[in-house]
Write a protein that binds this ligand. Sequence first.
Ligand code: GLP
Length: 250
Amino acid sequence: MTTMTSRRLVVDVHADAVAAGAAVARRVVDLVRSRPRAVVGVATGSTMEPVYAQLARIVAREGVDLRGVQWFALDEYVGLPPGHPESYREVLARQLVAPLGLDPSAVHVPGAGPRGETEPPQEYDARIAEAGGVDLQLLGIGRNGHLAFNEPGTPFDTPTHRVRLTASTREANRRFFPGAEPPQEAITQGLGTIGAARELELVALGPAKAAALRDALDGPVGPDCPASLLQRHPCARVSADPAAAALLAG
Ligand code: GLP
């Protein structure tokens, strides 16, 4: 693993996705050990799969007590029928709740209240605040630099809100909806919500993320690249593989 220290935020370049996943999973475990009632923000997407797989391995091997932890998803599609396998609630049920043996009520998803009832997007920020705020927010990055479903042009202070997905994001996520149209809308934590987390951990894997990561870390800070928010955050870290880090300035 190489650590790049030329920026204010730390960039760790790991040998591969498994190593990156293990390092990020270890950070989650360290947080929970020091703060048993931790609040963890969880992303969905292919990037998170090695993180959650490694987290499940560590938890099984070391017996980490996760009973006090609250988990808040970054985003959720609008319009999928309940129980749709590609809804982010179901993805988290498969990748996080089942392997870690979590109580499903400890996992929160925007747009849905504690009993699964429809909830206005802004209620989500109030629920995060009630839980004490997010200690560690895990993030992926979209190919256009989006964070969660905050597309380019989103102001940095937006709360959780409903969004229309761009054509490029719908294309990127089409692989999850074979034979069907990807959803048109979603509810997403806003950039203001994400930026309020005490710590941000962005994971970027593979060559398709290289340009977005370069723009986010070495380009100008502003809404044209939502992930450039990390440059302003007081405690942000990036874990990448060599392909995603390939275009970064030394
Ligand atoms: C998706 C999600 C984001 C995710 C990103 C990257 O559209 N809304 O939360 O981080 O795009 O996804 P992936 O990891 O599958 O490349």
